[in-house]
Design a protein around this ligand. Sequence first.
Ligand code: ISL
Ligand code: CA
Length: 564
Amino acid sequence: GYSRQWWKEAVVYQIYPRSFQDSNGDGIGDLNGITSRLDYLQKLGINVIWLSPHFDSPNADNGYDIRDYRKVMTEFGTMADFDRMLAGIKQRHMRLIIDLVVNHTSDEHRWFQESRKSRTNPYRDYYIWRDGRPNPSAPHGFDPPNNYPSYFSGSAWQWDDTTKQFYLHLFAVKQPDLNWENPKVRQEVYSLMRFWLDKGVDGFRMDVIPLISKIPGLPDLSPEQLKDPSKVWANGPRRDEFLQEMNREVLSKYDDMSVGEAIGIGLAETHNIVGEDRHELSEIFNFDATRIGAKGGYEYAPLNLPDLKAIYSAHARVLGKQDWDTVFLGNHDMSRVVSRWGDVSTPENRALSAKMLQTMVLTLRGTAYLYQGDELGMTNYPWTKISEFNDIEVQNRFKTDVASGRMTEQQLIQGAAAYGRDNSRTPMQWDTTKNAGFSSGTKTWQPVNPNYTTINAASQVNDPDSIYSFNRQMIALRHSDPAFVYGDYQDLDPKHQQVFIYTRTLGSAKYLVVLNFSKQPVEYSLPGGSAAGQLKLGNYRDTSDAPGSSTLHLRPWESRVYRQ
Ligand code: ISL
Ligand code: CA
């Protein structure tokens, strides 16, 4: 059996505040901007907003480097603005989760400013400091303490001249890792969590949370481990102990949800974190589906549908009925899903494929997540120059990979244009006015995609055939029957290259989902000669296939949800 929980039934909408809505013309999205758009989100039918970091930050990594956990980023507004936004969300019967980034802080955080002052500073042990390995020909006479690479290129160790030691930063130099072995650090984190929960937020998305327990002694990674360091780093020996302590001291005291960004966590370890008997987190993001075909850097093989199906079947098999899952295709770290897996060759195909992909997200088993703009079918941006990219990941790869001749500038631009994170960070396209209605200012922090004249909210909200309206209907359909949330999942044709067909069954309620993952039409006979059933929602206005048909005539990118 399963236990019903509001967060299992929720559709979560991710807001990247910098790019959502600017209210004061400085070209940067802000909290008052979000407040002004709450009716739009309520109308869409989403239940929970996940707000990417809104805390005080020097923005080396757009807020994922926090300087003060109890202060709102100046560009985003004030605490009063936050309180007003939260009240507006609650008034509309939605909830808010915020981004907890506690694997690391900004190097401008007061703790780190203290920590780096001397080896005996009371905050020294808040971070991970080590002696270097003597090497007379290295800069400063030392090699880094071990061979850890940073996610953002180069070594994960930074020399600090004041105390002649290195500090660990798994991400940017300006994101030093916290030392979770220190109980004071953990109490500081629990205290800031309580601060926001007591304000009324409904929980957290937890950034790279499995990385908090480091490997004792920090030995070098082997050549094999270096191929995917996350796998090692995510499985430190005290990970579950820390998460259980956090649950005991904080999460268990509130009616909250917690979703861990579980980079490095395989399916087999998932139960340890989300199992109800484990008392750690509500759910985690597993990136198996979205990283399918990943070959390292910005290189991906084209989507192979049977591989994708195999991932969802494995999830159903391993997580079973007890362990809760998440479903998502986009976030602020990915390119736009319709550009990646859909078809942007014509406006028709873009709309059809966007609706088809959202049908999948909203009918698979797990809490569904939508990334801002995907409800409009927003696409990748036409990048042409390195200087256009804001993302530290691109800028660092330029400094390392292009400088060292590992790739050409043109290759990096091509890769980042297709798969880089800036694609999801261009401003929301609200209407056809200046800057797509995102900002009244002269300059926006990221360029607005020139296709805003045709892809924007204003043209979609009242059009019953739009991608937005389709999402709205699909969300309503999902909410209409617990079978979409709690039902068993069965893939009816795992090997088919073009059609994804599955059922969701709960008691006597049974739904059949049919997705054509291609612009090629296909005549498809239902396995076992069964009848399709009653069409609940499709991405074409009509169909000539009768409820009793067992052969379906699927048009380009067609999606159908039947009640059987
Ligand atoms: O974005 C990635 C690759 O393009 C991932 O490796 C990403 O860095 C990883 O999933 C961790 O992401 C999270 O933590 C980062 C931050 O930059 C990301 O935005 C955040 O989602 C450091 O806080
Ligand atoms: Ca602003």
